[in-house]
Ligand binder design. Structure first.
Ligand code: PLP
Length: 358
């Protein structure tokens, strides 16, 4: 057994040995033809995985920074934030602290984003930007992007749509161009299955056009700083080159698995976990019409002693999730994404069963 427990938390997720190895590839210069070749490969791979022709910017910082990259380059009149969990709430806070004219629509935590309520608020005409989290990692609620896309296309085509896909990108099919998402963001420590500290976003041309007219964005969070270097297959600042080699390896693995097969694997693992939950007489914390494909959040109605299970699983080499923040012990989560395959999930749930039966 490794000295380090295998991670069954919803981020950072388990990083497989081949990815760990690729992180130790020797460094290359960040203004060389080699890096441009690498970045070109990454951009094309990510465009395939996101079904988009949009620009792809690679940033060596956490996804939280991309929230502000998105808002600083889009908000003129006002931003509407759908809030249905801890991360969407923090993103709304970031807009409030930035001084934007910002409004929250609050949904019950565990519910998905309700399109009718979004419609009601957008109809006021007070907003030129709408922001939401696709997959609320804190509650396991995955919202329906098709419904929102339809609403925006039919009634609010001028509204810029920002989507946090931190725990769904590379685990769930998101067809960026068909949906019309202007800004889709993620960091790499969830369904991408890499270490944290590196992020990815796709950016539409119309968002770039709007950004041009916004003043006082500074340098580091101006999309056009990224655009300038994107055109040369470079990044504005010295990037985390180990992440880039690891991302290349991951994209190769995704091609080898097959992109559609990857989405199906995540759905199959979600279904397997949901059956396990039901077979144990537990309930879903998440509304059943918003269950995520990448993690399952369980309402601990059986009052299992989560701390005791945690200690036992740790002794057996697994780091479990005990629930996000205020839900600790009450709503724990089982992640099934990235480098976790059906056999890993079955092994984990079998061991979990052994701990329960002791
Ligand atoms: N958004 C969601 C949905 C998340 O789950 C997380 C982290 O768990 C974040 C944003 C923040 O990501 P980062 O830590 O890369 O800033």
């Amino acid at each position: 057994m490794s000295d380090f427990p295998k991670l069954f938390i919803p981020g950072p997720t388990h990083v497989s040995d081949d990815i760990l190895e690729s992180l130790s590839t020797p460094q290359i210069g960040h203004r060389t033809p080699e890096i441009s070749e690498l970045i070109n490969y990454l951009v094309k791979g990510i465009q395939d995985i996101l079904y988009t022709k949009n620009d792809i910017y690679l940033t060596s910082f956490a996804a939280t920074g991309l929230w502000e990259l998105g808002t600083k380059n889009s908000v003129n009149k006002g931003i509407l934030h759908a809030v249905n969990g801890a991360f969407s709430s923090k993103w709304a806070l970031s807009s409030e602290l930035n001084g934007f004219n910002s409004t929250r629509i609050d949904f019950k935590w565990g519910d998905g984003v309700c399109v009718e309520q979004v419609d009601k608020l957008l109809s006021t005409g007070n907003f030129d930007v709408f922001a939401m989290v696709h997959n609320e990692t804190s509650t396991g609620a995955m919202s329906n992007l098709d419904d929102i896309s339809l609403l925006l296309k039919e009634k609010y085509p001028e509204v810029i749509w920002l989507v946090d896909a931190v725990s769904s990108m590379a685990g769930v099919k998101i067809k960026v161009d068909n949906l019309g998402i202007d800004f889709l963001l993620s960091s790499t420590q969830k369904a991408w299955g890499l270490p944290a500290g590196f992020s990815i976003c796709s950016v539409s041309n119309r968002l770039l056009e709007i950004s041009k007219k916004i003043k006082n964005k500074g340098y580091f969070l101006d999309l056009h700083t990224y655009k300038k270097y994107f055109l040369k297959n470079q990044t504005p600042t010295t990037p985390s080159i180990p992440h880039m080699f690891a991302l290349k390896k991951m994209i190769q693995k995704i091609y080898n698995e097959g992109i559609e097969n990857r989405w199906n694997r995540h759905i199959e693992m979600a279904n397997y976990t949901r059956k396990w939950v039901e077979n144990h007489g537990q309930k879903f914390f998440t509304n059943e019409n918003a269950l995520s494909y990448t993690l399952t959040c369980i309402d601990n109605v059986k009052k299992w002693d989560i701390d005791e299970i945690n200690d036992k699983l740790l002794n057996l080499g697994y780091r479990m999730d005990r629930g996000y923040g205020k839900f600790k012990g009450k709503a724990f989560r089982i992640p099934h994404m990235g480098n976790i395959y059906m056999s890993d999930l079955k092994d984990y749930l079998n061991i979990f069963d052994k701990v329960l039966n002791k």
